[in-house]
Design a protein around this ligand. Structure first.
Ligand code: FES
Length: 183
């Protein structure tokens, strides 16, 4: 668990990815639902979780890049959207969206470039690709879930595939121009 506010190590992320990917990829749809309680047991109790927040310096994250954090035992994606990615998200008619939300509703005022979401697919909980350099961002330029092919757009909204909802936006607040507290 990261208590220092720094991104967790690659190894930590990989281990977490493995847990999520294994849940969706190798045990099948019915068994995946049954496997979730086992995954939940690996997390700390709700009392401890209520206190857990992390603060992160986003200054090193350049436009077009993303980082993965670990918050309350879950992956969190923080992405610095380029002006083109913001424009792409804003031009989508709201009526085209399965889970209708504007980019503005999913980001903080004046900080539309910082897209912060859980890295947990809303289908069966795999960790989508697209937060690390060179990973497949899917047909809509955001995130792609390799388990059953859900495509999320540059606002991390579901656009294609089985996932029912957009990637969830956790509670967060900017504590300075580049520092953000999640949780
Ligand atoms: Fe099924 Fe992501 S877990 S598409």
């Amino acid at each position: 668990e990261d208590t220092t506010g720094h991104p967790i190590t690659d190894e930590g992320v990989r281990r977490r990815d493995f847990i999520h990917v294994a849940t969706g990829a190798f045990v099948g749809v019915g068994a995946a639902a049954a496997a979730w309680p086992l995954v939940d047991q690996m997390n700390p109790s709700a009392d401890v979780l209520a206190l857990a927040s992390i603060e992160v310096d986003l200054a090193p994250v350049a436009a077009g890049q993303a980082i993965k954090l670990n918050w309350r035992g879950k992956p969190v994606f923080v992405r610095n959207l380029t002006p083109a990615e913001i424009a792409e998200a804003n031009k989508v008619p709201i009526s085209d969206l399965r889970d209708p939300q504007t980019l503005a509703e999913r980001t903080k005022e004046g900080k539309a470039n910082w897209l912060i979401t859980l890295g947990v697919c809303t289908h069966l909980g795999c960790v989508p690709l697209g937060a690390a350099e060179g990973e497949n961002r899917g047909d809509y330029g955001g995130y792609f879930c390799p388990c059953h092919g859900s495509h999320y757009d540059t606002a991390a909204r579901i656009r294609k595939g089985p996932a029912p909802k957009n990637l969830e936006v956790p509670e967060y607040a900017f504590t300075s121009d580049t520092r953000v507290q999640i949780g």
